[in-house]
Design a binder for this molecule. Structure first.
Ligand code: TXA
Ligand code: MG
Length: 343
């Protein structure tokens, strides 16, 4: 049985949070909102609880979890920190960034998929933050979706995927950002960007001079290449029908979409301003062309909704790689299995 409770995101009710925190402390699973996407939480120091997360999501056990802390300095209990960690913390925490650090023994191997590093994140969402504090321990939480489907950005998505598989789902409304956190790995005085998010490459450069982008962020890895982050090798976000990303100037892309609507059983994901020129049938708009934040916010909901259309193929714009666009680009090329068509 899954209990679903509604908690006020602006001022979370203490009594309700206590019930949720008790479930975490007793080794149970609670899905909760963060500023990025919903997470599926368990006590990060409890190996058996972590295993329940993998079972509930159907997640491969070698794909490690992020541990969520209430304050940046709480990382000391679980990881070996350094100066650069605290520079990142001052600039971006609490907020949508995850930092990979060498792990301490307080974190069981089942949380890190056997790696000797651990991913640490201090979320800014009031419910997430209050829940971690009330639990009194770090909360291990991947995104609260079934493995392979888009990350949930509202409680309905979590309910659709995990109802009956977890102890509690906290409904705290829609997530602000809508794409998962930026993940960086610290190596001495350099950073590697493993997953782009709302903390952008340019923002990272303000804190650290040496930031490299892991090849898997924008490119398809060869069959025998190992990604720096295990999660990057898995099929992700893919809708039922193949998604094809169109690359070219806007007029040519619209013309292509228009033609496809007449000749193919297709669905379209496009910008708000495109809607005037296209048929409204099986069309999803995700925000104005220049509003990348709106697009980030709407993308995962769109990838879920498009499945209800029973299309044979889905077309969308290839996003730009600037700012949070890089995060959109990264999620969309994976959803499209790297299928880009020049028009
Ligand atoms: O915004 C987010 O980060 C959300 C919310 C719930 O906090 N969480 C999230 O978790 O997206 P998940 O499990 O869906 O993605 C975590 C990613 C995976 O790709 C995993 O491989 C990578 O982080 N990761 C975790 N620990 C790692 C480690 N020690 N080294 C490299 N990559 C790691
Ligand atoms: Mg995930």
């Amino acid at each position: 049985m899954t209990e679903i409770i509604r908690i006020n995101a602006e001022s979370p009710e203490v009594e309700k949070l206590r019930v949720a925190a008790d479930i975490i402390r007793a080794g149970g699973l609670v899905a909760f909102p963060t500023e990025t996407v919903y997470g599926l939480g368990a006590d990060a120091t409890d190996a058996a609880a972590a295993k329940k997360i993998y079972a509930a999501k159907g997640r491969p056990s070698d794909n490690p979890l992020i541990i969520h802390i209430a304050a940046p300095e709480d990382a000391e209990r679980y990881a070996h920190t350094c100066e650069l960690y605290y520079s990142l913390a001052r600039a971006f925490m609490p907020g949508p960034i995850t930092v990979i650090l060498p792990k301490k023994d307080t974190i069981p191997d089942s949380v890190t998929g056997g790696l000797d590093s651990v991913a640490v994140r201090c979320p800014s969402h009031p419910i997430a933050s209050a829940l971690i504090s009330a639990a009194g321990v770090a909360i291990a939480a991947p995104s609260a979706n079934l493995s392979g489907s888009p990350s949930p950005t509202e409680a309905q998505h979590v309910i659709a995927d995990l109802s009956g598989r977890v102890d509690m789902i906290i409904d705290g409304g829609e997530c602000d950002i809508g794409l998962e956190s930026t993940i960086v790995k610290i190596d001495g005085d350099s950073l590697t960007l493993l997953r782009p998010g709302a903390v952008t490459y340019d923002a990272l450069l303000c804190v650290c001079e040496n930031v490299s982008i892991a090849p898997a962020v924008t490119e398809q890895l060869g069959e025998n290449e190992r990604p720096l982050s295990p999660g990057m090798k898995y099929r992700h976000y893919a809708p039922k029908a193949p998604l094809i990303l169109l690359d070219g100037n806007d007029a040519d892309i619209i013309a292509y979409m228009k033609r496809a609507q007449k000749t193919e059983n297709c669905a379209i994901i496009c910008y708000d301003e495109d809607a005037n020129e296209l048929s409204a049938d099986r069309l999803i708009t995700i925000g104005a062309k220049n509003d990348l934040n709106a697009q980030a916010n709407a993308l995962f909901g769109a990838l879920r909704k498009v499945n209800s259309f029973d299309a044979d193929v889905i077309y969308a714009h290839l996003p730009p790689k600037e700012g949070i666009g890089l995060a959109l680009y990264n999620r969309m090329i994976r959803a499209a299995a790297h299928t880009i068509k020049k028009v």
